[in-house]
Design a protein around this ligand. Sequence first.
Ligand code: FAD
Length: 442
Amino acid sequence: MPAPLTLHAEVVVVGSGPGGATVARELARNGRRVLLLERGIDHRPASYYGTYLGALIYADRRSLLFTQEGLNIIRPLMVGGATSMYCGCAAPPPPWLADRYGINLSEEVSETVEELEIAPLPPELRGEASTRIAQAAQARGYNFQPQLKFMRPAQGRSFAERCGARCMLGCRCGAKWNAAEWVDEAVAVGADLRTRARVDRVLIEDGRAVGVAGRLAGQPFTAQAETVVLAAGGIGTPRILQASGLREAGLGMAMDTTVMVYGFVRERGIGNEPPMTWSWENADVGYMLSTLIDPWLLYPIITALKGPRYPLTWPRWNHILGVMIKLRDQVSGGVFPDGRISKPLTADDRERLHLAEAVCREILVEAGARPDTIFMTPLRGTHPSATVRLGAMLDSNLQTAVRGLYVCDASAFPEALGRPTVLTIIGLGKRLARHLQQGTGR
Ligand SMILES: Cc1cc2nc3c(=O)[nH]c(=O)nc-3n(C[C@H](O)[C@H](O)[C@H](O)COP(=O)(O)OP(=O)(O)OC[C@H]3O[C@@H](n4cnc5c(N)ncnc54)[C@H](O)[C@@H]3O)c2cc1C
């Protein structure tokens, strides 16, 4: 048996989504020897990237990952993590993160907003029907606003003419920021990126992290480092911690559980318009609404989960108005060592979801949808998070009880965010990199 490959670095970062990419880039720019380990590969050069086929290839279980309760989780596994398939929406961290947990990310977030030119899409790209929904909502007293976006029209090839900011399965023109770009930048300044590197556990000696072990292209390997940052996402990170002996990881989870409420109109609907161009947050009740419907090919699959008659509406896909509900759900269920994932809604969650659905119906009717055509899709989740919570398993510098072992991704959220996550994760990544850079993280 050949000896397992051993790699060496100052800092090992596991996972290349927004959390891992940010930490790796910041530290590499400051001259630290960074090893970035990603279990997926870089699908961006492939012809299928950004297509339906691509979504099947790079999402966990071909996009058919379900919780015990039947909630569908979309979990892209590739360089860039879930930003390879996200809608490009940006939201600042919720105020309670600073008020309740003392995590003030305003400096890191301002820096990111400026660097990535985060702004709403220009009015002509917000979509006619989407704008009609927003106006209907405003007329009913719900203050929909243009959604901030990680979109840089100037950088996209033929942005307005060809893509129109409509992509949902991966941006092919380069206008939508993707964490993979920061992976490229980290590599350009010396970070060592290894793809097909699946980390199984953290190596711990005398209460401190000394590296990680796993499989690289199917072969066993270890990587030694004095600092380990886990950024494998809300499902990946607790699994690694459980295998490393931190048993309470994964007990409880948030998801920002999502549903769409659809209604049909005679005119053109929002199907071919950019996703989520308008939104509104009801912070008191704990939900966010945005203009969105499922992509054409996914629509019959998703609606089939509701019942056999719903996919029959597929031919009228072009006449749908849709509002997405993101529920700021309570922490429940979890990611368990036997592989199960559970995310039940609590009674309080159900009550608030019911209130949000009623508001969506009101908006859709105001926007011209026939009341008898309105229905809500089954539950799904795109923000698995809060599985290794700040304030419980992590201190304010994101360090676990194991010295030198940090977590920097959506699993660190202390509660459900109830809004787009990526800007907050980038903020956490920059803050952690500064902490490690000051030498206090050693
Ligand atoms: C369809 C969709 C639309 C979305 N839209 C938006 C949006 O518009 N705005 C927004 O802010 N958020 C959006 N989100 C959510 C957002 O993309 C995620 O919350 C965010 O990317 C999470 O970042 P992360 O760093 O925690 O983990 P991830 O992005 O999940 O990255 C984790 C990485 O770790 C890798 N990994 C996992 N396990 C291992 C292991 N054992 N070893 C090595 N590597 C591993 C994975 O392959 C992955 O690349 C969306 C998500 C989806 C799925």
